[in-house]
Design a protein around this ligand. Structure first.
Ligand code: TMO
Length: 316
């Protein structure tokens, strides 16, 4: 009894080396994409794994192609599988095999057409999509002629904005932003004059604390809306629905991860972030202008009570 407690005290002291007997010393490859919460969360998880004695390496990858890379074991895990943007690529990789679903975060997600609240003054029928379409001309710009401008996400998020406009016969021109920052610039530029704008946005995100707003309500998402034309109001078209309004946020991993890095896999299984935690991670970069690595260590410093149990239950 006494010896055991001495040993467990010693084990706490050498916690960082304790996992290495079991886990490979090869680096766990963590992908980095092009929106802030994913970048900060991935760094926070990387730092957590380093605390547990594991080696990690970050690679910047395309946010759709990453599922194929995980399946092949070139990338080890993914912290943010958003149902709306990545559900199709994730499902396709799962069908081929080599990737595992490591469970959902507590967070509930939504990604869709969105407007800052002042837009409603120019288009009072919002958030209904038909009302938005009837107001199309208030969103017109020199670039879009008499049609409305909708600023969609960067191309790799595959939001299918153009397909949706066609499927629902809308008077909008869809333009892809070059980066997430271009979305925030569009909202910021409209703010002073309360100019109506409609852009791609998502939750959880920092933006909801800066600009109160709403998602446009499109025909409700139904499974198959992206694969079966008969699903949704237009019987001949895909993408004639909104994205899921209560979407999942999953963790995924290469199926060999559990055997190669059992401690890291155990920690990954435990991890579950909430909406406010994820919005906070994005805020540290997008509002507070920290570098992602600093944002991650600041988040970890301020939330030890959240993440230490995830690590400790796997290392002790
Ligand atoms: C994938 N994203 C959260 C930016 O919509």
């Amino acid at each position: 009894m006494r010896l055991t407690s001495i040993l467990s005290v010693a084990a706490i002291g050498i916690g960082a080396t304790a996992v290495q007997a079991e886990d490979s010393s090869d680096p766990i490859i963590i992908p980095i994409h092009n929106w802030s919460s994913q970048i900060v969360m991935s760094n926070a998880v990387g730092q957590m794994l380093e605390e547990a004695g594991l080696n990690v390496e970050y690679v910047t990858t395309d946010s759709q192609a990453v599922y194929e890379s995980i399946r092949l074991g070139d990338v080890t895990l993914e912290m943010e599988v958003w149902e709306g943007a990545f559900g199709a690529s994730f499902r396709a990789a799962m069908e081929k095999g080599g990737i595992v679903d490591v469970g959902d975060h507590d967070a509930v997600t939504r990604e869709d057409w969105w407007y800052p609240m002042w837009t409603k003054e120019a288009c009072p029928g919002l958030p209904d999509w038909k009302a938005l379409n009837e107001c199309a001309e208030v969103f017109a710009t020199a670039e879009t002629g008499d049609k409305g401008r909708y600023l969609d996400g960067p191309v790799d998020w595959l939001k299918h904005g153009k397909e949706r406009v066609e499927a629902l016969d809308m008077d909008f021109v869809v333009i892809n932003a070059g980066s997430a920052a271009a979305l925030w610039a569009e909202i910021g530029a409209a703010e002073a004059d309360k100019k109506p704008v409609v852009v791609f946005n998502w939750t959880p995100n920092f933006a909801e604390a800066v600009w109160p707003g709403e998602f446009v309500e499109f025909p409700e998402w139904e499974d198959g809306c992206d694969t079966d034309p008969s699903v949704g109001p237009n019987p001949d078209a895909l993408y004639d629905c909104g994205n899921p309004a209560n979407g999942y946020l999953k963790k995924a991993a290469w199926e060999g991860m559990e055997e190669k890095w059992p401690t890291a896999y155990c920690i990954l299984e435990n991890i579950s972030f909430t909406n406010p935690q994820i919005a906070q991670m994005a805020k540290l970069v997008d509002t507070d202008d920290l570098e992602p690595e600093e944002a991650a260590s600041e988040w970890l410093d301020n939330n030890a009570d959240v993440w230490e149990p995830w690590v400790n239950s796997c290392t002790s």
